[in-house]
Design a protein around this ligand. Sequence first.
Ligand SMILES: Nc1nc2c(ncn2[C@@H]2O[C@H](COP(=O)(O)OP(=O)(O)OP(=O)(O)O)[C@@H](O)[C@H]2O)c(=O)[nH]1
Length: 413
Amino acid sequence: MDLLRFATAGSVDDGKSTLIGRLLLDSKSIFEDQLEAVEATSRTKGYDYTDLALLTDGLRSEREQGITIDVAYRYFATPKRKFIIADTPGHVQYTRNMVTGASTADLGLVLVDARQGLTEQSRRHAVILSLLRVRHLVLAVNKMDLVDFDRATFERIRDEFAAFTARLNVPDLTVIPISALQGDNVVTRSENMPWYDGSSLLHHLENVHIAADRELRDVRFPVQYVVRPKSDEYHDYRGYAGQVASGVLKPGDEVMVLPSGLTSRIAGIDLFDREIEEAYPPMSVVVRLEDDLDVSRGDMICRPHNQPDQSQDVDAMVCWMTKEPLRPRQKLAIKHTTRSARAVVKDVQYRLDINTLHRDADTHELGLNEIGRVRLRTTQQLLTDPYEQNRVTGSFILIDEATGVTVGAGMIN
Ligand SMILES: Nc1nc2c(ncn2[C@@H]2O[C@H](COP(=O)(O)OP(=O)(O)OP(=O)(O)O)[C@@H](O)[C@H]2O)c(=O)[nH]1
């Protein structure tokens, strides 16, 4: 069945937990006993309604105490589609989690409180989603019940957001007025907002067209490890394991291994229990070649006439995720596909002002949660594509060598 991955974003108390609870409840992905527990807790707290946020808050408190759990993933399904929600917390200090959750999302769902309208956080999230090339964006204007389902309030927020995203790379924007608490326009169209003629949120999630977003053109297969069983039974076996980043691989295809530039043909493609005729993203497979080439971890299998760039100079948009600022001459570890290297910061060309989208070229550092254009020099060649063309080979993470903590995420220009 078709799968949609989406990431939620919003400021604290915009109603993300309530909305996710509502989606799980109305799509019947909640078990009776869970619902009873939530109803009981809501009663003990003296509420006259069922606090659906309680459903999602169990994991939440655990997450906020520690930094180890980055993103909570939740699953639900309707007869039309399966869904994976990357639920990221709203506080500004969790921007890194938002980047993590959104990096694999097909769709980004930004929530705002109708009473407050857009905040700096909503703009920041829209910018991050567009930088991460999340092609489908939904703005859910929540708590419409608290503004008497007022059309003008909704339209003001909608127009302001549309004007802001017009300057970003957002090919598909949908704005929906909802009440997560009461369920208006979440699963079914609301009778309280007859002036709204669009679809409900769930209807939109079920029908948004994402098949065309998949990267099937450029063959990119970063080698994760070389499989060479020791046992006698398989002593001739040699294969290259990894996850297909993009493109379609088939037995018989002529391929090139980078950086060596040697060519061969695909002899076969294996899963753990059988051979297959075709591999495409995001499948994890073992590729066997007809010739015995010297291939190692971090190498890339591609087609001879369609190769990624090979360079030690990286020009990228970087989202910085730690207190200590990113500075020129700083040394970091860089992880790009299956390759690890070291990098030195050559310069910060500009910092992006999240509110105005102005490029501030006078600062040469990036602080916590800031985004800017950075040039790096790496110790090893990287095999890259522009992020715009390939979300896997176009992205990397920066790691503090002393602590092993991920401190930056980069999208190659
Ligand atoms: N009236 C009304 N209240 C809502 C609505 N959605 C959420 N709320 C309330 O707003 C408060 C915050 O909702 P949450 O779902 O916990 O918000 P959140 O965005 O998940 O907040 P964090 O978990 O802190 O990130 C709760 O008291 C909800 O009951 C809505 O559509 N209408």
